[in-house]
Ligand binder design. Structure first.
Ligand code: C2E
Ligand code: MG
Ligand code: MG
Length: 685
């Protein structure tokens, strides 16, 4: 603020009513005294002197005296006015020079301190209003001799300063304490008089207040008010800036749905916390929370309701957080918690149990009770990692373990978990989440008859899409799904989806086809596969003859008598049975006679060798002949070349499956292919 600008600001100041009254009083007094003087002095002189010459001389002396006294009086008044003006200019310059280059918190602190100094006030404070409730304020800067009052909240309701809300100045020259509630911080501070000014933005919204208070009566209201007025607009724009900075930081570091710190903020907090414990014996627990089957919940409830559940979950977690805890919403249904210096491991486990228990109570959703469970993985620094990357990774590994162990539990990371290769752990972790997030889909690879070129049957092949692209081949993740038990729900989903899809195609009027579904060892031996298949057929309405199950040699030859019994029951249901990848298990063909198999699929490794590798040629032709002899159809897998097809046709193979004819297709593409080829066939007929 320039000096000239300041001067003009002081002069332009709208004089407060008190100054005008004082000026008026002085003029009136001067008028009365002058009139009295003129009247009585004339009376006195004409009474005292008879000689007109003497009288006239004395009247001249009297006039001169009057002018002299008036001049002295005028001089005195002007001198006082100019001195006051200079003093306030000086004060203003002082405050202005101190605060003009400052912004943010420093500005408010210096403003409060200098105002206190120049106004000789006991306390000056600046407070910001709560955006939702402008009556509630929080101090952001304060100049006061007692350090115990630095940052506090106070309310304007039921106080003499309530009118600040109407953007009016509040002036209480005495007995402020008597007018405030007893527990109000101002009365605790022993304040008796106050002058408060609202800080408003261009839209006349109250952003905060500036308050000058004294333990005694207010010394100079006019000076205080002018000073506060001059800095009010600057303070208001600083408050506005502070608010927009807060909003920007809210957007950058907080999740808009739950209001919790987001992933970015969490990483910063984690780094900070790790730095703090670096040279101490403190420990830090990082907890990774993943809600169980949340995808299913959100699909059933819709986006709005499931978002509401997430907010409720966040609020419930917030109530559980101790003072040394930091809760954050990472994404979707994933939350992370930091607990610094958590005491003993037993204390931590008790707290974790409480977290799980807190989710026993249902969440009310649309008039229903929704039960949500959570899996928690815990990694402790510095034992399980000294840097954030390692700690996060280990907490992730622990949460996968919690999921694998049946969900709704917590797992502390252990070195034993770490022994399993990291890749494998990551895969396992992602697999469990993929199931919940419905990242799996089924593709259908058509099979083609070699005698007439018609499509006959298809194989359902599971595919794992991540972010729109396929990441893992089933050969990589199916063994992992078997190992962890995930194959049970996944296999059931595959079977049901394939049956439902096949039924849907039939209902659309497409020529009925048999869908072959791969069944893994764990599915076949551990679960009651017959009941499962029967149930799914009933549920989807697909006739059993349109379903085939593909079993590899290793599955069939694990427990031969049980296998034969199960296969018998499946056959009784009407389901077609296929031996897959034949030739890889070195099983004898004659053994296959024990099983009611309808089709044999020659493994693609043999087909790949045709026609160059004579060994493959011989084996393939022999297998085709023997399979036919045993009454089985033969399908050749992995047919990529014309020569392979020609060889297979020559040797009487029934069907081929492979890229030469078609890769595995998404359902809509498969339906299009089927309808195209069936039209062609109809035209040919
Ligand atoms: P599979 O049952 O022998 O399936 C045939 C595999 O050969 C598929 O690989 C298929 O995409 C691939 N293939 C088809 N035509 C050609 C070709 O012309 N050339 C070559 N090089 N490959 C071809 P995919 O989809 O990677 O599946 C691999 C294995 O994963 C399957 O072998 C099966 O054992 C297992 N699998 C796939 N889907 C499922 C499923 O839904 N459940 C279970 N339990 N296992 C599945
Ligand atoms: Mg197969
Ligand atoms: Mg195969």
């Amino acid at each position: 603020m320039g000096l000239n600008c300041l001067r003009s600001q002081i002069r332009m100041q709208h004089l407060p009513p008190t100054s005008r009254q004082v000026a008026l009083k002085i003029v009136l007094l001067y008028l009365i005294i002058s009139l009295f003087w003129i009247f009585f002095s004339d009376q006195f002189l004409s009474y005292r002197f008879d000689d007109p010459l003497v009288l006239s001389r004395f009247q001249t002396y009297k006039g001169l005296l009057f002018v002299l006294v008036s001049s002295v009086l005028l001089f005195f008044l002007i001198w006082r006015y100019l001195r006051a003006l200079q003093t306030s200019e000086g004060r203003l310059l002082m405050v202005s020079e101190a605060v003009s280059a400052q912004t943010g918190a420093k500005f408010f602190h210096l403003l409060a301190e200098h105002l206190q100094d120049v106004l000789k006030a006991d306390c000056v404070l600046v407070a910001a209003a709560d955006q939702d409730n402008p009556s509630s304020l929080e101090t952001i800067a304060m100049a006061y001799d007692d350090d115990s009052f630095q940052k506090f909240r106070f309310n304007l309701e039921n106080t003499p300063c309530e009118r600040l809300r109407q953007n009016e100045i509040c002036y209480c020259p005495f007995d402020v304490r008597g007018q405030l509630p007893k527990d109000h911080p101002f009365s605790k501070m022993g304040m008796q008089s106050c002058l408060a000014m609202p800080l408003v933005d261009a839209q006349q919204r109250t952003l905060g207040v500036m308050v000058v208070m004294n333990r005694g009566p207010f010394p100079d209201r006019a000076a205080g008010e002018s000073m506060m007025r001059i800095f009010a607009s600057r303070a208001a724009s600083e408050l506005e800036r502070r608010l927009s900075e807060e909003r920007i930081s809210q957007l950058a570091f907080f999740d808009p749905l739950t209001g919790l710190p987001n992933q970015q903020r969490f990483s910063e907090q984690l780094d900070e916390a790790l730095h703090q414990i670096e040279n101490s014996d403190q420990r830090l627990a990082l907890m990774y929370l993943d809600f169980d089957r949340f995808k299913t919940i959100s699909r059933a409830l819709g986006v709005d309701q499931s978002n509401r559940v997430l907010c409720d979950v966040a609020s419930r977690l917030k109530t559980m957080m101790p003072a040394n805890g930091f809760l954050s919403h990472l994404k979707g249904d994933e939350f992370a918690l930091l607990l610094q210096d958590f005491g003993s491991l037993d204390d931590l486990q008790t707290w974790l149990k409480n977290i799980l228990d807190a989710f026993r109570a249902p969440f009310p959703v649309a008039g229903h009770d929704l039960y949500v469970t959570v899996s928690v993985g815990v990694a402790i620094a510095p034992d399980d990692g000294r840097d954030s990357k390692m700690l996060l990774r280990n907490a992730d590994v622990a949460v996968s373990r919690a999921k694998a162990l049946g969900r709704n539990n917590y797992q502390l990371y252990s070195a034993e978990m770490g022994k399993v290769s990291f890749q494998s752990m990551v895969l396992e972790n992602r697999l469990f989440r993929a199931m919940e997030r419905e990242e799996f889909l089924l593709l259908y690879q058509p099979q083609c008859r070699l005698d007439n070129g018609a499509i006959e049957g298809m194989e359902a092949l599971v595919c794992w899409k991540q972010g729109g692209r396929s990441q893992y081949s089933p050969s990589d993740f199916i063994p992992k799904a078997e190992e962890t038990g995930l194959i049970d729900p996944l296999g059931e989903w595959i079977l049901e989806t394939a049956c439902a899809q096949n039924r849907a195609w039939q209902q659309q009027g497409l020529p009925p086809q048999r869908v072959a579904v791969n069944v893994s060892a764990r599915q076949f031996h551990r679960r009651d596969i017959v009941d499962l298949v029967a149930r799914i057929l009933r549920k989807t309405g697909l006739e059993a003859r349109w379903l085939a199950l593909e079993l590899t040699e290793s599955v069939l030859f694990q427990d031969i008598s049980d296998t034969a019994e199960t296969l018998g029951k499946l056959r009784e249901l009407g389901v077609h049975l296929i031996i897959d990848d034949f030739g890889t298990g070195y099983s004898s063909l004659s053994y296959l006679q024990n099983f009611p198999l309808g089709t044999l699929k020659i493994d693609q490794s043999f087909i790949a060798g045709i026609p160059a590798d004579t060994g493959s040629d011989t084996i393939t032709s022999a297998v085709i002949a023997m399979a036919h002899h045993m009454g089985m159809d033969v399908v050749a897998e992995g047919v990529e070349k014309q020569e392979q097809m020609a060889f297979l046709r020559e040797n009487g193979c029934d069907k081929i499956q492979g890229f030469l004819f078609s890769a595995a297709l998404p359902p809509q593409d498969f339906a299009a292919l089927l309808s195209r080829t069936s039209n062609k066939m109809t035209q040919r007929i």
